[in-house]
Design a protein around this ligand. Sequence first.
Ligand code: SAJ
Length: 449
Amino acid sequence: MAEGISFHKLMVRQVVEELKEKIHNRTARVGVVGLGYVGLPFAVEKAKVGFHVTGIEQNPRRARMINAGENYIADVKDEELRELVAGGRLRAEEGFDAVGALDVIVICVPTPLDKNLAPDLRYVVNVTREIARRLRRGQLISLESTTYPGTTEEVMLPILEESGLKAEQDFFLCHSPERVDPGNKRYTTRNTSKVVGGVGPASLEAATAFYTQTIEHLVPVSSARAAELVKVFENTFRAVNIALVNELALLCDKMGLSVWEVLDAAFTKPFGIMPFYPGPGVGGHCIPIDPHYLEWKAREYNFTTRFIGLAGEVNRRMPEFVREKVRRALNEMGLAPSRAQVLLLGMAYKKDLADHRGSPAVHVAELLLEDGVELLYHDPYIDHIEISGRSFQSVALTAELLRDVDLVVITTDHSGIDYPWLVEHAGKILDTRNATRGVAHREGKVVLL
Ligand code: SAJ
């Protein structure tokens, strides 16, 4: 028996070493499934250090754009993408035929919630099934999508082993959560430390060899589940702290205090605190969603994650609070919402981005339309948008427009807006982001959240 075990271990060792050799000499063929704001920057980083990268992207338009060297992700440099595609280092395919020839496959597909705030793993499961059909010995599969602890081991592993191959001996499986802060110029895919956890030691060894090629600081943990929990904790940390300051904003409104003054003063504390700010709500495809993956999984252990549920409740309430502040502002001008023209400044879910997925500004717009407001919007990054089934175009921001509208609501604090000019020409402003902070003579004209 001892002989058999050592032969088995020898075999595994050989498979791991072969894969690591291909990774070290960059001959490993890398696949990235999902070329979005996580997948494309990752694919470019891997191609830049010499790997041949195949993107597997179900969106035909995106696949065509990649193969034409055209970029669509702001965090990727157009020229870099063009050169990598022209040099044959990076290409995109719509299907999974290439999987059999790949050595490492990284999965960066969306993990949304369904309408009951339960995890929707359809993309992860579909991709895993497609890979399982083509799985071969020596491959490393890495899930980067944010998900609940257990997805890699309880959902993906059984599907992959339906191939007849076994994890930790024929193929390797890990979870290495993405940590992308869209628009962040300081922290990139390369210099952001990255957590990685395998379904076993051989998987962790293979994954570590792969990720250290392009990530400056790797953080190995004991399992894929631990890696999954790290990531959902990170986003839960943000959701809860944003909800805390949003709740403070609601209380300050009752108390007649400025939440901005209170927070600015609180954040002068040089230790033991971290700045978060209230806003019109929490958008994007991570913070409003990922914590509910953990909340859902915790129920399996008969455990209620009260902070997550409460944070979601508070954050989802903020668009309604902005609607209330708009009504009050119009009321002070003697205007009923149904007789008012309101300009929303910013549709993106956060500043200096064109992304409006789950954007609180969109929720605010929907509520104002319900109140019968004549709605206009300006967003330098988003030239058209559909809200409540109606199409809107971004209007030009002119002094004349500002004179005409009854109220301007700053919903996204884009850096490129000239806020002193805005305050000078607008009649009344509801500033939900404190974007006009420091602008002279804003008193009397600017109402803060
Ligand atoms: N927000 C506030 N107040 C704050 C911070 C944010 O209202 O103090 C709002 C933003 O306006 C936005 C939403 O919350 O609508 C989410 O903002 P975010 O920057 O936390 O979220 P994302 O989805 O753009 O990026 C985050 C990453 N952000 C940071 O770490 C700064 C990080 O949580 C994840 O790496 C990433 O999502 C992800 O992909 O999970």
